[in-house]
Ligand binder design. Sequence first.
Ligand code: HEC
Length: 101
Amino acid sequence: MRTPTLIALCLLQALIAPAYGAADAVRGKALHDKQCVSCHVKRYGGDGAQMYLRPDRLIHDRKALSQRVATCNAMVNAGLFPEDEEDIAAYLAKQYYKFAK
Ligand code: HEC
């Protein structure tokens, strides 16, 4: 009785963990640099970061950022999985947006 219960708990935890956002900003940066910067650089030059730092930027909170990353992914057919999107959003939030909430 004990061992199966423990195994079940471990499995459950493995399933739940990603949903509770152990988002990986380092992995997000790698994905972002590969899939996302080219257009932003074309528009703003440099490393494209101005897209996220411009005064009239579109994104003002963390939730909107996640939605925007998902939209960009769909728009450009980057083929990212939801956890990839979250890693990228975590990276952008940490590196550029620095939301208060
Ligand atoms: C086909 C070109 C292109 C690609 C590829 C692209 N983007 Fe964008 N992205 C844009 C453009 C253009 C805008 C600005 C939209 C506007 O100003 O209305 C933008 C805006 C954004 C913004 C909002 C910036 C703000 O104003 O705060 C985010 C976040 C973003 N992109 C993330 C991504 C991510 C993540 C990827 C990779 C999955 C990606 N983009 C790939 C063209 C692109």
